[in-house]
Design a protein around this ligand. Structure first.
Ligand code: IMP
Ligand code: MG
Length: 186
């Protein structure tokens, strides 16, 4: 297990850059083998931005030529409200009617975000909607959804890096890690 110190916090590396890079290449080839027609990739912001950027370049290497869109969703997970409501903060601009849509997200946890996005694309007339996530946390599922393409299964821990944040920090890390709670000893 490797551990790094960043901004005075100790971070345990769960998936290093090389491991992620290798898996992203494999995912692109799996997506290529799925025979999508007129593919529209929809990145669910913000957490998926680095994963999407790397996956798109790997898709090019796998001889795919998708179009790309971005959607930003906000889900309310406040236990006191517990509505599981998802709202659109920023919508895509393309018409999805008759198209194959591949939703890309960083983590599939409760599944509320991706289930909502999937229903939305289907309601707008997409021909098919599939999903790809870097990390799957199967232990936390609330909505009835499984991803079609999964980078890694992830333990039930709060992870950062490779686009994912903790209070807006750590998105820039080239690996996925866990911020260790105990502060650095002096
Ligand atoms: P859910 O599947 O609707 O519960 O939402 C998953 C979203 O919650 C992900 O797209 C992330 O934005 C966020 N999220 C869930 N777990 C983590 C984590 O461990 N670190 C950072 N963001 C997370
Ligand atoms: Mg997200």
């Amino acid at each position: 297990m490797s551990e790094l110190r960043i901004s005075g916090r100790r971070i345990e590396v769960l998936f290093d850059a090389e491991t992620i890079g290798r898996r992203v290449g494999e995912l692109a080839r799996e997506i290529g083998a799925a025979d999508f027609e007129n593919l529209l990739v929809v990145a669910v912001l913000k957490g998926s931005f680095i994963f999407t950027a790397d996956l798109l370049r790997a898709m090019h290497d796998a001889e795919l030529s998708p179009e790309v869109e971005f959607i930003s969703l906000s889900s309310y997970k406040d236990a006191t409200i517990s509505t599981g409501q998802v709202t659109i903060l920023r919508d895509i601009e393309s018409d999805v009617r008759g198209r194959s849509v591949l939703l890309i997200d960083d983590i599939l946890e409760s599944g509320r975000t991706l289930a909502h996005a999937k229903d939305l694309m289907a309601a707008r007339g997409a021909r098919e909607v599939r999903t790809c996530v870097l990390l799957d946390k199967p232990g936390k599922r609330v909505a009835d959804i499984e991803a079609d393409f999964i980078g890694f299964s992830c333990p039930d821990r709060f992870v950062v890096g490779y686009g994912m944040d903790m209070a807006h920090a750590f998105r820039e890390l080239p690996f996925v890690g866990v911020v260790l709670t105990a502060p650095e000893a002096p």
